[in-house]
Design a protein around this ligand. Structure first.
Ligand code: AMP
Length: 399
């Protein structure tokens, strides 16, 4: 039996899932946190509720990969390194180069590093994790799966900003989007659940997690998405502002004595969104709880969040001239019945109506709109890791 590891590396963390392929059964999954800091935390769950937990200093991603791979062997999760024949790596920025997942060779890894300009916190870390895997598993096939690939089908009128054209020509300044693996996964699953070819459907996918984005999927292709040049744009998120008027930045910098544009952008990325508005938390569960207890700012944060999601659904129904299905996914989408209800209640003109009995408390995969809805609303748990593992399987044969 062969195993494939799906790896999702951030600037200071590394998440993974190890699968038996092609069965797609999960053998182990885990998380390494605080890479590059003291007291890094390694957690691996496997078998029948077994857990490997260590706190140690991991100075860089190389050390983290080393500890991870050796723990798999020491805990007898694998018997030899040769069992892992494939490693799939989530990469945030693929630019205009990577229109689909790619086998990693020297050129690809260099391109991923060069694209670090578009995702400075992510691409360099991802490249160093890929190199680390190449070192510890020299026989395994490494594949990069890009957050942006699914959106490379967007037409120019949707990916270009209304800026001097030469900025696009000279610097590739444009919309790239993100969460592509998730949007692609749930859109395809929605078509399967509806029993219709995806090529005949207009679908709006709402990935509502700590990061959130909405995508218009027409005929199986992403034609527009709410995130932009970076994942800062679009709807309100846990700590990110989403869309704002750029003229606010110099105004606020003057008023608040914010000295650099980097510091300002950091505020938009880390201190805004649900956290900034509510003053309570970036976590929707906590914001919902505070709102229930009468916290007005928490309620406003929820209202703004729902309002921005509704606006994007409206926009995307307009550019597709209709919508057959709306899909909710990710932490908030999959779990918050209130969010789903309030969003859909605001867009019933599209032909969708929430079935309260089906929606309330619902988790998992299913249709949550009434039988007479002409636009079907679905709840579909996303599974980015299995998508990554599938891409490794598919590309392995071409290696
Ligand atoms: P993700 O980034 O996909 O892991 O999603 C994280 C977000 O999902 C956080 O804002 C969580 O508060 C939210 N979330 C998870 N479970 C629930 C729930 N039962 N109700 C509301 N929000 C939830």
């Amino acid at each position: 039996m062969t195993k494939t590891i799906a790896v999702n590396a951030g600037s200071s963390s590394l998440k993974f899932q190890l699968y038996n392929m092609p069965q797609e059964s999960v053998v182990a999954k885990g998380l390494i946190e605080r890479i590059g800091l003291n007291d890094s935390i390694v957690t691996i769950k496997y078998g029948e509720g077994q857990e490997f937990h260590r706190v140690l200093d991991l100075p860089n991603h190389d050390a983290a990969v080393d500890v991870l791979i050796n723990a798999l062997l020491d805990e007898k999760i694998i018997e030899s390194f040769d069992e892992i024949t494939g490693a799939g790596h989530r990469v945030v920025a693929g630019g205009e180069i990577f229109k689909e997942s790619a086998l990693i060779d020297d050129k690809a890894i260099q391109q991923i590093e060069d694209l670090g300009e578009f995702a400075p916190l992510h691409n360099p870390a991802e490249a160093s994790v890929i190199r680390a895997f190449q070192k510890v598993l020299p026989k395994a096939v490494n594949v990069a799966v890009f957050d942006t690939s699914f959106h490379t089908t967007m037409p120019k009128e949707n990916y270009l900003y209304s800026l001097p054209y030469e900025y696009y020509e000279k610097h590739k300044a444009r919309k790239y989007g993100a969460h592509g693996t998730s949007h692609q996964f749930v859109a395809h699953r929605a078509a399967e659940m509806l029993g219709k070819p995806i090529e005949e459907l207009k679908i709006i996918t709402c990935h509502l997690g700590n990061g959130a984005s909405i995508t218009a999927v027409e005929n199986g292709k992403s034609i527009d998405t709410s995130m932009g040049f970076t994942p800062l744009a679009g709807v309100t998120m846990g700590t990110r502002s989403g869309d704002i008027d750029a003229s606010l930045l110099p105004f606020l910098m003057r008023k608040e004595g914010i000295e650099s544009i980097e510091e300002m952008v950091n505020i938009l990325n880390k201190k805004s969104g649900l956290l900034g508005i509510s003053g309570v938390s970036s976590d929707m569960r906590e914001v919902e709880k505070a709102a229930e207890e009468g916290n007005e700012r928490a309620q406003v944060a929820i209202d703004i969040f729902n309002n921005r999601v509704k606006k994007y659904i409206g926009q995307y129904a307009a550019i597709m001239n209709g919508v057959d299905a709306i899909v909710f996914t990710a932490g908030i989408g999959e779990n918050s019945s209130i969010t789903r209800q309030q969003v859909i209640d605001g867009v019933t003109f599209l032909g969708c109506k929430i079935d309260e009995a089906k929606n309330t408390g619902f988790r998992g995969e299913g249709i949550i709109s009434t039988d007479d809805s002409t636009c079907v609303v679905l709840n579909i748990p996303t599974d980015e890791e299995v998508s990554i593992a599938r891409d490794v399987e598919r590309l392995k044969n071409k290696a």
